[in-house]
Design a protein around this ligand. Structure first.
Ligand SMILES: Cc1cc2nc3c(=O)[nH]c(=O)nc-3n(C[C@H](O)[C@H](O)[C@H](O)COP(=O)(O)OP(=O)(O)OC[C@H]3O[C@@H](n4cnc5c(N)ncnc54)[C@H](O)[C@@H]3O)c2cc1C
Ligand code: FES
Length: 339
């Protein structure tokens, strides 16, 4: 049976077939919809269900209990059980930022930390690839699995910067570090995800990054601080030890030159002479802000950190409507086809 899905914040609707996900149906109708993993893991396709009933093939892994209670659903898993109204809450620019595939050329690489490779990709001349700071791309690798990497710089029309964590068993990262030919051509799809600055808000911001989770937050900060902001922003960056703080000097400089920006590095395995914050980054967040009522929160990094950070933010009073996150899951083995 076909159901209708109405958009609360746009004058559009689309039909969804029996067994079809809301995401597949929306994209089939040519709507610009947020998505990432398409398997319930990343939360990029999170929208608020205003009315109607849905069901899932299994419990949506990316949604916390608080988000479910607040009425959020994941479009990549949800199937309609009645006519629905959903609120997408997307900025108008998203219409012109639909994901597409394009070739890019590797234009440079350098070690940013002992296990983080900085990759610079050059866009085709005149291509006009645009994105919102905080979004990510998928590299389309020959083994059939995609690799997601956040864009670490604000859009400049020419280059994309990636911060790639190189783990002993990471296939793409080791290839990029050790075997990638100079000027290699890579194929990407993007821009992806719903992790970007909400500019229509005046709320103070907390940002929590774990490891290379600093990449999308760096792009957001570059944008925010270059343009200037009256909003207070507090970034907490959690890593193991001092040698992992590969952007420390730049972030400290920004904290000195921008009165609205505060930066706290947090080490979980601190070096003996470390005098700063220690422990887990979400605990440091709660110590600095026992109440986050009225704040907007952005979290990115390893899934375990994002989960703990989401729970901490919600416990401290962040409204689920003002909580945004990118969970850096490993590459998906399979890529479900969209209808
Ligand atoms: C939205 C998003 C944004 C991201 N942004 C970044 C970023 O900016 N920087 C960054 O470094 N990473 C980022 N990631 C994570 C990155 O996409 C993955 O870690 C990816 O797998 C790395 O590819 P690789 O080929 O180097 O490593 P892979 O060969 O995919 O392996 C990566 C690691 O995951 C483990 N692993 C792989 N497959 C499995 C599995 N099936 N089960 C358990 N463990 C497994 C491996 O042992 C290894 O340690 C992001 C992920 C997402 C979803
Ligand atoms: S959770 Fe739906 S696209 Fe990732």
């Amino acid at each position: 049976m076909t159901r209708q899905v109405y958009l609360a914040d746009r004058p559009q609707r689309f039909s969804v077939d029996d067994g079809e996900t809301l995401l597949a149906a929306g994209l089939r109708h040519g709507l610009a919809m947020p998505f990432g993993c398409q398997s319930g893991g990343c939360g990029s396709c999170r929208v608020r269900l205003v009315s109607g009933e849905i069901d899932y093939p299994f419990e949506p892994p990316a949604l916390s209990a608080a988000e479910r209670e607040a009425g959020y659903v994941l479009m990549c898993l949800a199937r309609a059980r009645s006519d629905l109204t959903i609120a997408l809450h997307q900025p108008a620019q998203i219409e012109s930022l639909r994901p597409r595939q394009l070739p890019v050329r590797a234009a440079g690489k350098q070690w940013l930390a002992h296990d983080v490779l900085g990759l610079t990709l050059k866009l085709p001349k005149g291509d006009g690839f645009q994105y919102l700071p905080g979004q990510y791309i998928d590299l389309l690798i020959e083994d059939g699995r995609r690799r997601s990497f956040s864009l670490a710089n604000r859009p400049n029309g020419e280059t994309l910067e990636l911060h790639v964590r190189v783990t002993p068993s990471g296939r793409f990262a080791n290839w990029a570090a050790n075997e990638m030919p100079e000027r290699a051509i890579l194929r990407l799809e993007g821009p992806l995800g719903a992790f970007y600055l909400r500019e229509d808000s005046a709320r103070p911001i907390v940002m929590v990054a774990g490891g290379t989770g600093i990449a999308p937050i760096h792009a957001m900060l570059e944008e925010l601080l270059t343009r200037g902001t009256g909003r207070n922003v507090h970034l907490l960056w959690g890593v193991r030890s001092l040698r992992d703080l590969y952007l420390d000097a730049r972030l400290r400089e920004w904290a000195t030159t921008h009165p609205h920006f505060r930066y706290t590095p947090v080490l979980s395995e601190p070096d003996a002479d470390w005098r700063g914050a220690r422990g887990l980054v979400h605990e440091a967040l709660l110590q600095a802000h026992p109440s986050l009522d009225g704040f907007e929160a952005y979290l990115s990094g390893p899934p375990v950190m994002v989960r703990a950070g989401k729970d901490a933010c919600i416990r401290a009073g962040v409204d689920a409507d003002h909580l945004y996150y990118d969970s850096f899951d490993y590459a998906f083995e399979t890529w479900p086809a969209l209808g």
